[in-house]
Design a protein around this ligand. Structure first.
Ligand code: SF4
Length: 315
């Protein structure tokens, strides 16, 4: 797999850009995930022109339209930050990012749950950081996540899976985005989509079957929108078991009774939470190679991201 390009809040890579001169290095993100990623670091506050160290800021006002203000002296940086963000997002558009990892809880970079303060000094609700909001409005379909949520192995797998899908989508578009290539793209992602949502699986299948009825731009917009929406729904042991049994069906004419029994036991153990998903997936990949199952060999469900990231190794 080739590297994917991700935007990231600079402090998560260990850059000393925080208001107090420190960083928020995340070793998993930088060292482990970093082997497969070309980073595009962004520190909104420093790139906008604030020094290090600097007075701390927070969000104040309403959840929908909070202001970015310094806590002690009350200087309002909202308009300046928004206008800087507009320029920076134009540059980021040319980078062809496949996703962005935001620093959680930051009034500039936080993508959800950032405290918004009342004039009394008490946080009364939560909102979105000024730069993160502008980013998500500009790139609504791009996978985004924050470092706090990435600690959760289920959310981490889900995000990284979406990033690699988004990267393949970009390749499809660069190669011309023809209908025949959309059919191939969809075919190779079928089981992956099914592991998240049967309704999106049906909806996307119908969209592709009727592709000729749409203008290409509209078709791509509808397909990607539904695809990313469906993939955001978390896969579960029940959904995965359904897909694993579906895959096993492809081998019914070639597999021996002993192999079938072994596979059923492994799937059952996965379903009961006794072994991680990587166990049945590894065995199925073995059968795919052994029996030269061409359709399955191309299914991204069986190989969605680098196995070294060990994203399917949790129970
Ligand atoms: S959270 Fe964002 S604004 Fe704050 S130091 Fe990190 S990158 Fe810069």
């Amino acid at each position: 797999m080739k590297n994917v390009k991700l935007g990231i809040s600079s402090c998560l890579l260990g850059e000393k850009v925080r208001y107090d001169g420190g960083h928020k290095l995340d070793l998993y993100i930088k060292e482990t995930l970093g082997k497969y990623v070309d980073w595009v670091p962004v520190c909104p506050e420093v790139e906008y022109g604030l020094p290090v160290p600097r007075e701390a800021m927070h969000l104040a006002g309403t959840a929908e339209g909070p202001r970015l203000v310094t806590i002690r002296t009350g200087v309002d940086h909202t308009d300046g930050m928004r206008s800087w963000a507009k320029q920076r997002l134009n540059e980021l558009e040319k980078e062809a990012l496949c996703g962005f990892i935001f620093r959680s809880r930051s009034p500039s970079s936080g993508m959800r749950g950032v405290k918004v303060y009342h004039p009394s000094g008490i946080p009364t609700h939560t909102g979105v950081g000024i730069f993160a909001r502008a980013f998500m409005e500009r790139f609504p379909l791009m996978p985004v996540e924050d470092d706090g949520r990435l600690q959760n192995p289920i959310l981490r797998e889900n995000f990284i899976e979406r990033v690699f899908v988004f990267s393949r989508w970009q390749e499809f578009q660069v190669e011309g985005g023809k209908i025949k290539d959309l059919v191939a793209f969809h075919t190779d992602h079928k089981l992956l989509i099914l592991s998240h949502s049967t309704s999106h699986y049906r909806m996307l299948g119908s969209l592709v079957a009727n592709a000729k009825k749409y203008q290409p731009a509209k078709l791509h917009f509808e397909y990607l929108g539904n695809l990313m929406e469906g993939l955001k729904l978390l896969s579960t042991p029940k959904k995965n078991t359904n897909v694993l049994m579906h895959i096993l069906g492809y081998f019914k004419k070639v597999i021996s009774p002993e192999e079938k029994q072994e596979m059923l036991e492994v799937i059952e153990n996965y379903h009961r939470g006794l072994v991680p998903l990587i166990v049945p997936i590894t065995l199925l990949n073995h059968y795919v190679r052994k029996y030269h199952e061409q359709y399955l060999a191309k299914q991204h469900y069986l190989n969605p991201h680098p196995v070294e990231l060990m994203l399917r190794n949790h129970v």
